[in-house]
Design a protein. Structure first.
Length: 139
């Protein structure tokens, strides 16, 4: 399966004093891509809240391999890796249009029961049950 991707154009106000994309913008791009994937799979934030759950991020690692500057176009991929526990991993590549990988983001997250304030025991099963296109989530 090909990973889901979102194309983003780097805006000047997202850059730091050296002209590089600011580190916090990588996290915003990561979130934007993952919510875009959820939406494409048929899962909205509103639906999740109505079900009393919400995704949470417990760990994020960014590995920088190149630079992005204002005007660059970058494709941000999303690929979920599901295990058997309460958490899952989201792997993302930030790739320029010429194929150059400029960053890798790895996130560990789960699905929080908003009433109990505990992780849902099997987030993959929950997403599989509510997604219109679970295959986009690797399910």
């Amino acid at each position: 399966m090909t990973a889901f991707t979102v194309r983003i154009v780097v805006r000047g106000y997202e850059t730091d004093s050296q002209g590089h994309l600011n580190g916090s913008a990588y996290l915003q791009y990561s979130e934007h891509a993952s919510w875009s994937l959820m939406q494409e799979a048929g899962i909205t934030q509103r639906d999740l809240l109505a079900q009393g759950v919400g995704p949470v991020v417990m760990e994020t690692t960014i590995s920088y391999h190149g630079e992005l500057v204002a005007g660059d176009e970058v494709e941000v991929s999303c690929e979920y890796l599901w295990g058997t526990g309460k958490s899952c991993r989201l792997q993302q590549l930030f790739t320029k249009l010429d194929g150059t990988v400029v960053a890798k983001v790895s996130r560990v997250g789960g699905l929080l029961d908003l009433a109990e304030r505990r992780l849902v025991a099997d987030p993959a099963a929950h997403y599989r049950a509510v997604a219109k296109k679970p295959e986009l989530l690797g399910l």
